[in-house]
Design a protein around this ligand. Sequence first.
Ligand code: RP5
Length: 165
Amino acid sequence: MSEKKLVGIVMGSTSDWEVMKEAAQVCKDFGVSYEARALSAHRTPVELEEWIEQMQENGCQAFIAGAGGAAHLAGVVAAQTILPTFGVPIPSKYMKGLDSLLAMVQMPKGIPVPTLAIGEAGAANAALSVVAMLALHDPEMKEKLQSFRDKQSEKVRTATLPELG
Ligand code: RP5
């Protein structure tokens, strides 16, 4: 058995990494172990199934899945695990990710995919949602999350607007 990874980050293509790296960065910043893989619901269904199984055996607590276009990946992951699975719609070439969002969010009752915003904010927020989930039973994580939020608020509070020319 390989090293325990708390979060499984999966994306339909390596081309999704520019967006999905935001989720990985949040995990890294909060000291949450993760494994990131490019695996597709359509192009590599068998490998995807094997990876989900392996992640679960290694102590995974949540999945984050990002895909674009016919974005079935998060739903396919959610169908194969009872672990929380968060979806990140990737901006697509022609429809700017609206197709990804609708494909991802319209899950049948019984197999939920909490779906975040299209793009980078969604990827970061998916990881922050996992952090919030872990913080429920981890006081240290709770403190880190509260401190992150406090700093963020302070930044907005102390920001100044540019002078008129
Ligand atoms: C989806 O198709 C992927 O998630 C990606 O967003 C999109 C395009 O994939 P590539 O053609 O760049 O591999 O499956």
